[in-house]
Design a binder for this molecule. Structure first.
Ligand code: GSH
Length: 347
């Protein structure tokens, strides 16, 4: 290769590399609309969805999904305080609310299904949670498996992938059981506890969380071992807005990266003052690149970690050891702790 040719290639590489550090956000991206508006409209729940979107005694939202909404708002605006509105919606309202613009993003343990992906024109982030659908039955029925509930009834949430997966499971296994569906989660659980159905089908973390509060005591209910289906839960935005989707993916990756590197809400200031590597300096906005490539401020990850902490902190506070539910993290851990999650490469 001639020297001239080498010079041309080197210059092109330089332009391409430096061009990468400034985001070209599409003019019609939801990202710009949200930044302009100065507030994020995120999905809540119609009632309490234990551990993920609950309303506490003071009427404040909390939970894993609510913390992800807070992290996103903090990443976008520096803090979620005054910049986040949680819009209460049912499972069935998720998609019309997103499509009409009543909410900007669905962070509502929503499973990746083919019809949502294609017919509803939705785009999924990388999954942030793996949930197994299982059934919990009244202990006095003596059931050990769902097949033992043949001829009985199951309560399940309307308009969810749980309803669909349960119907498929019953059909595939030749089990005849009636499915009673409910729009509202509290109504669903109360109907089960009041004896309107023999068992309730929910996501395993929800069953375990709900069992703690069973009015007649947790011991009167057994979670059956059959796994009806495994589901990957992701963050959802309308199809065709890659810039907005990028922010969701990098938000999740940032929370895992901080966890992997031991960066917490407690020590993030200390780490930022003395970053142990160039990658961490970039991640926390000490050196440029990590935010402006996405159309955000370079300290957006710092702001998220400072406000909500890393993924482990979010998990522990809401459904893990720091919560009333004490659920082990299991498959939802990072890869180095036996789970399936990991951050993407920061280059
Ligand atoms: N992952 C489901 C939504 C979550 C779901 O199915 N929730 C079910 C199973 S945990 C439920 O029973 N929810 C009770 C509630 O709404 O409180 C989907 O994407 O449709």
């Amino acid at each position: 290769m001639s020297l001239k040719m080498k010079l041309v290639l080197a210059t092109t590489a330089l332009v391409v590399t430096s061009g990468l550090s400034q985001a070209q956000v599409a003019e019609d991206s939801k990202l710009l609309e949200v930044l302009d508006r100065g507030s994020l409209l995120c999905s809540g729940h119609n009632g309490s969805f234990l551990g993920f979107a609950e309303v506490d005694d003071q009427g404040k939202w909390k939970g894993v999904d609510i913390d992800l909404c807070r992290a996103l708002a903090a990443g976008l605006f520096g803090t979620s305080e005054g910049n986040l509105e949680i819009v209460p919606i049912s499972w069935a309202q998720r998609w019309p609310a997103l499509q009409s613009g009543d909410i900007d993003v669905v962070i509502k343990v929503s499973g990746w299904t083919q019809s949502r992906d294609t017919e509803l024109n939705l785009a999924y982030s990388t999954p942030y949670f793996i949930g197994a659908f299982q059934a919990m039955a009244k202990a006095d029925l003596g059931a050990e498996a769902i097949a033992d509930l043949d001829g009985g009834s199951l309560c399940v949430a309307a308009g969810t992938s749980t309803e669909r997966a349960t119907a498929t499971f019953l059909e595939s296994n030749g089990i005849e059981a009636e499915l009673l569906t409910f729009e509202n989660g509290d109504e669903l659980r109360n109907s089960y506890y009041e004896g309107r159905c023999d068992a309730i089908v929910e996501w395993a973390p929800s069953l375990a969380a709900g069992r703690v509060d069973a009015p007649d005591g947790a011991d009167n209910h057994v979670i059956l071992a059959d796994v009806i289906a495994l589901e990957a839960e992701g963050i959802i935005v309308p199809e065709g807005d890659p810039d907005w989707l990028d922010v969701q993916n990098w938000m999740l990756s940032s929370l895992w990266f901080a966890e992997l590197e031991g960066i917490t809400s407690e020590n993030v200031d200390e780490v930022r003052a003395n970053p142990p590597s160039e990658t961490i300096a970039k991640f926390l906005g000490v050196s440029p690149g990590y935010g402006d490539r996405l159309g955000l401020s370079n300290d957006w990850a710092y702001n998220m970690i400072k406000e909500v902490g890393n993924f482990a902190e979010i998990y522990d506070r809401n459904i893990g050891d720091g919560s009333p539910y004490g659920l082990p993290r299991g498959i939802n851990s990072l890869y180095n702790a036996g789970g399936v999650f990991f951050p993407f490469i920061i280059d």
